[in-house]
Design a protein around this ligand. Structure first.
Ligand SMILES: [Zn+2]
Ligand SMILES: [Zn+2]
Length: 99
């Protein structure tokens, strides 16, 4: 997550099916990396993960996918990412996530 050239905090946009950051002031768009998709503070709690990201991650094409059964729905393909602490986090399109 970063700031626009104009100093405004960028907000996430997924219009095109890919995660981008857009400045609400001057409408500049910035590409994201998969690492941008998860936002951390210190500690390991799930509350460190932005709930918007959990919602958006399964729809971001650049995020890696893996064949894995979601414990909460019939879906068997979930998005996964590795957190900065090395923990693997699985994110399902139903909004469920686990590691
Ligand atoms: Zn701007
Ligand atoms: Zn699910």
């Amino acid at each position: 997550m970063s700031f626009c050239e104009c100093g405004t905090l960028l907000s996430m946009a997924t219009k095109t099916g890919e995660l981008k950051f857009q400045c609400p002031q001057c409408r500049n768009e910035y590409n994201s990396t998969p690492d941008d998709a998860l936002i951390y503070r210190t500690g390991n709690s799930y509350s460190d993960i932005n709930p918007n990201v959990i919602k958006l991650a399964p729809h971001i094409k650049s995020m890696p996918k893996v064949e894995k059964k979601c414990p909460k729905c019939p879906n068997t393909i979930v998005t996964f990412t590795r957190t900065k602490t090395g923990r693997l986090l699985y994110i399902c399109g139903c909004g469920n996530y686990w590691s």
